[in-house]
Write a protein that binds this ligand. Structure first.
Ligand code: ATP
Ligand code: MG
Length: 392
């Protein structure tokens, strides 16, 4: 029935001279998303609009599902496209359209015509009136409601004529590739996948780093992180997931430093190593799933102590979110079920009963002195033995 989709995009429409860059990126992302769908599609932009022509049979739900993960799309409109027609024939097409798309009973409706091609001989208002009249004639139980119609029928007159009434919401945001790249510290928890999703939604490409601590964390814990990266990559595009073997560093810190400072010191090394890979992959920022006050390592003092080792900006998109708000997003984007699988996390294994909540940076640095003998070498080895998994 629908051989074409009209794609609505919001934010990117207001970017002035950069607009075409954003549109091109959106076209690219749409093509990328449709590559995984059976069928042949032609994606193109025309007069400030993006269209998808479906050139073969395709699965409607599959197309809508994959488009609803493309950042930058605000609305997905399945349209019926017809040749330029006289009013009478157009009326017949509109009636066909309604019959095909709806189980017509006594719905209220309104016709909204836009005449983008001014050479069309009839004015918009007249087209509205004529089509309204034809619809009432064909479906006597329908009623016009100009304020809050159940069916808002759009008729756009361009080179061709586009008829649509459904606008399926897209995810919003900006197309990936329009805002550089960042590196996500991805754990197996609920928060970091959501954080990655949120930054990617602003148009940012993503790589990820996971700190693995075998045998304290199992192979399945790692698989879980790969699965999470895969779910996020359905939105963000391919992710290079760096799996760092963190065991020796953790054991060394455990051996040398006060246990109530373990988490903070560990975190500082995570950030340093993540920044190394970020620089290597031309990322310009780090991303974490931290939220202010959530746990001891996420007080202002702890965040300041962790942040101190970073030279890149650290994005913490969840900083002001409550746990429930984070859970809501994770359910919506599909990471929740995987995140709550009960595999151990490298941080929980070495965590102290009473971690410091207000770490003193000088004290932390003094404790880190005790690591001088071996830590550089351990960090180097961890970096050298890192496994990179491309997830898409
Ligand atoms: P999450 O749900 O993302 O695991 P959390 O509430 O468990 O977060 P923490 O364990 O304190 O919080 O971790 C805070 C942040 O540090 C995480 O959101 C993540 O960005 C990063 N992080 C923690 N552990 C790891 C790990 N093993 N590998 C990579 N990043 C990690
Ligand atoms: Mg965690």
């Amino acid at each position: 029935m629908f051989k074409c989709f009209l794609i609505k995009y919001g934010e990117i429409g207001i970017k002035g001279k950069n607009r075409h860059l954003f549109e091109d990126a959106l076209v690219r992302q749409i093509c990328h998303a449709l590559r995984k769908v059976d069928g042949k599609f032609h994606v193109y932009k025309e007069q400030g609009r993006i269209y998808i022509d479906c050139e073969t049979l395709y699965d409607y739900d599959e197309v809508v599902e994959s488009l609803s993960k493309v950042f930058g799309i605000v609305g997905i409109c399945p349209v019926m496209k017809t040749e330029d027609k006289g009013l009478e024939e157009l009326g017949t097409e509109v009636i066909d359209f309604l019959e095909n798309v709806y189980d017509i009973k006594d719905q209220t409706f309104k016709v909204l015509t836009r005449r983008a091609r001014k050479s069309y001989p009839v004015e918009s208002m007249e087209v509205n009136a004529y089509l309204g009249h034809r619809i009432l004639e064909a479906f006597p139980d329908m009623k016009v409601d100009v304020h809050d119609p159940e069916i808002l029928l759009h008729v756009e007159i361009r080179e061709k004529i586009f008829i649509y009434s459904k606008i399926i919401p897209g995810p919003g945001g900006m197309p990936v590739g329009t805002n550089g790249k960042a590196t996500l510290l991805l754990s197996g928890g609920i928060d970091s996948p959501v954080a990655g999703y949120m930054i990617s939604k602003r148009g940012v490409e993503i790589d990820a780093v996971y700190f693995h601590a075998p045998p304290y964390t199992s192979e399945r814990a790692k698989e879980k992180v790969v699965d999470l990266a895969r779910i996020v990559s359905a939105y963000s595009g391919p992710i290079n997931l760096h799996v760092v073997n963190f065991t020796d560093i953790q054991l060394y810190i455990y051996d040398k430093c006060p246990h109530d400072e373990l988490t903070i010191i560990m975190r500082r090394y995570m950030m340093k190593i993540a920044e190394h890979f970020a620089r290597q992959s031309k990322s310009m920022a780090l991303i974490t799933g931290e939220s202010l006050g959530q746990v001891a390592s996420q007080t202002i003092q702890s965040l300041a102590a962790t942040n101190e080792v970073c030279t890149m900006p650290v994005f913490r998109p969840l900083i002001g979110f409550d746990k429930q708000e984070i859970i809501d997003v994770s359910e919506r984007i599909g990471t929740y079920e995987t995140s709550i699988l009960p595999f151990e996390d490298c941080c929980t294994i070495f965590v102290a009963k009473h971690p410091v909540t207000k770490p003193n940076l000088n004290a932390i640095k003094r404790s880190e002195q005790k690591l001088n003998e071996k830590i550089d070498e351990l960090v180097r080895t961890a970096i050298e033995t890192t496994e990179i998994i491309r997830v898409e």
